[in-house]
Design a binder for this molecule. Structure first.
Ligand code: SAM
Length: 277
């Protein structure tokens, strides 16, 4: 029997999804975990009532959060993903020929269990020989791995529940320490229209830690406001110096070299928000 899944974002904004079926629904130690079949976007992971990822447009988000930082680094080998329990970003990272190890640190084993069963398009990565699934709090894990990774990706839920600390200054400083001397960091930083304060805060924190801080965007229909922001901090490599560098071909549906070149172009209102204009 179809029902309405209503996502509350603010007093002025709710998103109503028509859902056809609930495939999984349990309370974990961290959050309410569900897999729901949406009329418009197919199967979706829903945490605490918020749609995280859908089978119809996950490729946009997962390709952009991984390929942009990984292609900014000339030879990424060790990659850490914090969050990302659906497996989609690990699937993309494992495609890079130079990458030898992808550590996926997801806090909630129930997310892994639900996605293994119902989202095989993404969770296929759990069985990839390069991918090492770790069920721990990323905030704690990062502290024990100084100077270890070439690229660290924070594929987190919104800054509520267990993900709150993944947007904090101490955490970012530990991420900086866990990167090698030429390492790169990338995270999702929410909606260009609705979360400008957060985007600015993240950008300022990155500017305080890394010599190079960049923002890039992609359009993802599942997320409110559609135009989604990704923040990047880099110890050495600047994407603007890497635009014309030839990169290995990768099988992707959204990402390509023209997208790499274009995704750092920012609308004027966001340049103003970041003080770039
Ligand atoms: N693509 C989604 C989006 O932008 O909304 C996010 C993907 S979702 C799979 C994010 C994952 O981060 C969740 O499974 C959640 O359990 C995990 N997570 C939240 N806080 C975490 C933490 N402190 N350490 C590790 N994983 C965490």
């Amino acid at each position: 029997m179809p029902f309405i899944l209503s996502e509350y974002h603010s007093p002025g904004l709710s998103v109503n999804w028509t859902a056809n079926k609930v495939l999984f629904h349990k309370q974990s130690d961290f959050q309410e975990v569900a897999i729901v079949e949406l009329e418009e976007m197919g199967r979706a992971l829903v945490l605490d009532g918020y749609v995280q990822v859908t089978v119809e447009d996950e490729f946009v988000y997962n390709e952009m959060i991984t390929h942009v930082p990984l292609f900014t680094h000339p030879k990424p080998e060790k990659v850490l993903i914090i969050g990302g329990g659906d497996g989609g970003s690990a699937r993309e990272a494992a495609k890079h020929p130079s990458v030898t190890q992808v550590d996926l640190c997801e806090i909630d084993p129930m997310v892994i269990e639900a996605c293994r069963e119902h989202l095989p398009e993404m969770s296929v990565s759990y069985n990839h020989p390069k991918v090492n699934v770790i069920t721990k709090d990323g905030v704690k894990f990062i502290k024990d791995h100084p100077n270890t990774y070439d690229v660290i990706i924070i594929d987190s839920s919104d800054p509520i529940g267990p993900a709150v600390d993944l947007f904090g200054k101490d955490f970012y400083s530990n991420v900086h320490k866990a990167l090698k001397e030429d390492g790169i960091f990338a995270c999702q930083s929410e909606s260009l229209f609705y979360h400008q304060d957060l985007i600015k805060d993240v950008h300022e924190m990155l500017k305080g830690l890394f010599p190079i801080a960049r923002l890039y965007t992609a359009t993802t229909p599942t997320y409110p406001g559609f135009l989604w922001a990704y923040s990047m901090g880099s110890k050495k490599y600047d994407p603007f110096d890497r635009m014309d560098v030839k990169k290995p071909e990768i099988e992707a549906r959204y990402y390509n070299h023209d997208i790499y070149k274009g995704c750092f172009a920012l609308p004027t209102f966001i340049k103003e928000t970041l003080g770039l204009k």
